[in-house]
Design a protein around this ligand. Structure first.
Ligand code: UGA
Length: 432
């Protein structure tokens, strides 16, 4: 099939490359000339394990193309995926849909034969109706169909999530589009993915509901971890004990710092704002947002307790600063709240991240980037394990850290407390 992906951000690039890998002719379009030039040279704008290899392979065999010419790319394709950003509005909690609507206007002036226009970006329910209205201004209803096909990829696991999805959700009442889409996804369906056809609005809402539910699960276990700390109970036992109930499921029950990234914080706010617009109170999601916003202050309070209230001039090392492991993404990482607060209190921060130095901390007074784990932790009073990279899972702290009274705050529970105790390391974790 001939596919055009509009927007080469996370969703568009990964999906476009993976669609080409399962045998389609794909053109990825972006208005950012530099980005497209780089992609043609095999320079990938995001960190995603396995992506570079797939780009090179499919670009070489000519199934994958990159272009800045939107008009030409649309007219040569049968299926158009809209994958542009839907960030939180500057003055509110709803999603800013200006990029989506601009693209819809550009699409409508490039249609001369039947096209399936699909939103893959996360868009509030009823956005498909709006896109259809915009295109109908200029194009006959017979020449297009607007479909919702949300993506469920996780950063760092995106290729696997694309190739082996639990489900593919396609929102359309148009039989012809549904048949084309089912065909497009048939290589994944044959590997076990469930194909769900529903209304367009239902597909749009399913995406937000899924992210909001996962954010709720994480917040639930984070709050329970707070209780476990008071009761001397291990939160891991609770996660396992609960998660084995198939109705609950064990995934996304790992307690840790505040959830972050480009999706959960944005999407929970957006769904709550949509509900307000339709005069419905999503009170559970609102309290999840609040609880998550408070989480970093709560963990900072623990840091003060661990250091017995003496923060000034204390050398604190962060291992990992992105919002989770296997990504270079800093968006809504809890470090962006915690590090500035600690500096204000006089701490001296050193950090190491496997994806390198971060522009967010460049030239910030008392924040230093170390090029490797050893130099990062060597002089620390406190080591905070902030992300769960494999690189951090078997460090010989006793051998490397010079200050014999150093402490560890493992915010991802990657070390066994007993082993730490046996080594006489002052070790603190989450909910245990
Ligand atoms: C999330 C969803 O998991 C994807 O299904 C969805 O497609 C994507 O958003 C999106 O809407 O584009 P992502 O933001 O890449 O994916 O990251 P997750 O792996 O879901 O993690 C989100 C946050 O939750 C991270 O801060 C992570 O550390 C935290 N988390 C996750 C926990 O604290 N505990 C867990 O058990 C799982």
């Amino acid at each position: 099939m001939k596919i055009c992906m509009i927007g080469t951000g996370y969703v568009g690039l990964v999906s476009g490359v993976c669609f080409s890998d399962i045998g389609n002719d794909v053109v990825c379009v972006d208005r950012d000339i530099k980005k497209i030039e780089n992609l043609k040279k095999g320079i990938i704008p995001i960190y995603e394990p396995g992506l570079e290899e797939l780009v090179l392979k499919n670009y070489k065999n000519n199934r994958l193309k990159f272009s800045t010419n939107l008009k030409e790319s649309i007219s040569k394709s049968d299926i158009i995926f809209i994958c542009v950003g839907t960030p939180t509005k500057k003055n509110g909690n709803g999603a800013d849909l200006s990029q989506i609507f601009n693209v819809a206007q550009e699409i409508r002036s490039s249609i001369s034969k039947f096209k399936i226009i699909i939103t893959k970006s996360t868009v509030p329910v009823t956005t498909g109706d709006e896109i259809e209205k915009i295109i109908l201004h200029k194009v006959s209803k017979k020449l297009f169909s607007v479909v919702s096909n949300p993506e469920f990829l996780r950063e760092g696991e995106a290729i696997r999530d694309f190739t082996y999805p639990d489900r593919v959700v396609v929102g359309t009442n148009d039989k012809k589009s549904n048949t084309v889409l089912k065909n497009l996804y048939s290589p994944l369906i044959s590997k076990g993915a469930k194909y769900v056809n529903c209304s367009r609005r239902a597909a749009e809402l399913t995406k937000y509901a899924s992210n909001a539910f996962l954010a709720t699960k994480i917040t639930f276990i984070n709050e329970l971890a707070n209780l476990c700390e008071k009761l001397d109970v291990n939160i891991e036992d609770i996660s396992i004990g609960m998660g084995l109930d198939k109705r609950i499921g064990g995934r996304f029950l790992r307690a840790g710092p505040a959830y972050g990234g480009s999706c959960f914080p944005k999407d929970t706010k957006a769904i709550a704002s949509t509900a307000d617009k339709f005069k419905t109170n999503l009170s559970i999601i609102k309290s999840v947002i609040k609880s998550n916003e408070n989480r970093s202050s709560l963990l900072l309070k623990r840091v003060f307790d661990i250091l017995k209230g003496k923060i000034k001039n204390k050398k604190i090392c962060f291992l990992g600063v992105t919002f989770k492991a296997n990504t270079d993404d800093m968006r809504d990482s809890s470090c962006l709240t915690m590090i500035p607060s600690l500096i204000k209190k006089g701490a001296l921060i050193n950090y190491f991240d496997p994806t390198g130095e971060k522009k967010e901390f460049k030239n910030k007074k008392n924040v230093n980037f170390s090029k490797n784990i050893n130099s990062a932790i060597k002089n620390s009073d406190l080591i905070i394990i902030h992300t769960e990279w494999n690189d951090f899972k078997s460090i010989n702290f006793k051998k490397i850290v010079q200050n014999k009274k150093f402490r560890i705050f493992d915010m991802r529970n990657i070390y066994a407390p007993k082993k730490m105790k046996d080594q006489k390391i002052k070790y603190f974790a989450i909910g245990r």
